[in-house]
Design a protein around this ligand. Structure first.
Ligand SMILES: Nc1ncnc2c1ncn2[C@@H]1O[C@H](COP(=O)(O)OP(=O)(O)OP(=O)(O)O)[C@@H](O)[C@H]1O
Ligand SMILES: [Mg+2]
Length: 260
């Protein structure tokens, strides 16, 4: 039996009446790391928000299957419960809620039941060991005065605790400095394995110096124009997007249409 996958089929999405995704096809099996790349404005975050269930993003055609079930029929809450982890691109500041409490709350929400304190502590300790995190970090208030890197650490810790089957990480707009990039990469690398599928969304080629995805997809004007192995990363590094777009992209008259 094949592993459960995230299967995106001919997905069309409009935002405020404008079509942004125009037939995205993409499959991410559990146990693999895929990178979704593409120039600014190609629709990467739109895809992430759509998968998250953001109400602004309207699916007008196509489907998304997650473990054989229609993802689009699930509420954001049900999506999380079904083993999908969607990293917050702009993490909210929650003054007065410590990291520890936030993690307990998210575990409770996702598992639908209280987590015993002893088990929680044990899990937290091992997650922090895996991510090489300092103990005092988790007693701080969530994202209150966190640096970009610390926010990323918090996100990785949340992911390690929730143990999702599929993680979708949109790293494009978060103003990642090189340290933050390294934190995400090390986090993904230490958590990746047969139990976890990862779709990492970025326009930075450099993140791929740290994460080695098995598959790379390039999104352009709302469609995946080419998918390949790690060799595609090499091409992107050397040539940038221009040549790839010239070779695989649509004809110039295929620009997205503005809403009337
Ligand atoms: N909430 C929104 N309201 C209006 N337009 C939007 C909204 N979200 C996205 N768009 C438009 O959709 C297009 C794609 O944006 P999106 O953020 O998905 O691109 P991206 O590939 O993530 O770019 P970047 O690499 O800069 O993060 C852009 O033209 C953007 O202006
Ligand atoms: Mg984006």
């Amino acid at each position: 039996m094949s592993e459960p996958s995230l299967l995106i089929d001919n997905l069309h999405v409009t935002v405020e009446g404008r079509e942004i995704l125009r037939g995205v096809n993409l499959t991410v099996p559990r146990g693999e790391t895929h990178a979704l790349m593409g120039p600014n404005g190609s629709g990467k975050s739109t895809l992430a928000y759509t998968l998250m269930g953001h109400p602004k993003y309207k699916v007008t055609a196509g489907k998304v299957l997650w473990k054989g079930q229609s993802l689009l029929d699930l509420t954001p809450d049900q999506r999380a419960k079904s083993g999908l982890f969607l990293a917050f691109q702009y993490p909210v500041t929650v003054p007065g809620v410590s990291m520890v409490n936030f993690l307990r709350q998210s575990l409770r929400a996702v598992r639908g039941k209280e987590v015993a304190v002893r088990d929680f502590r044990k899990d937290l300790k091992s997650a922090m060991d895996v991510l090489k995190m300092d103990n005092q970090f988790v007693t701080r208030y969530l994202n209150d005065g966190f640096s970009g890197g610390e926010k990323k650490r918090a996100e990785m810790l949340q992911m390690a605790m929730l143990k999702p089957e599929m993680a979708i990480l949109d790293e494009t707009d978060s103003g990642l400095d090189i340290d933050a990039l390294r934190i995400v990469s090390e986090g993904v690398n230490s958590l990746a394995g047969p139990e976890l599928g990862v779709l990492i969304i970025t326009h930075y080629q450099r993140i791929l110096n740290y994460i080695k995805p098995q598959h790379v997809h390039v999104l352009y004007r709302g469609r995946v124009i080419v998918s390949g192995g790690p060799e595609l990363v090499g091409r992107l590094e050397n040539e940038g997007y221009d040549n790839i777009i010239k070779e695989f992209g649509p004809a110039d008259d295929d620009a997205p249409q503005a809403a009337a």
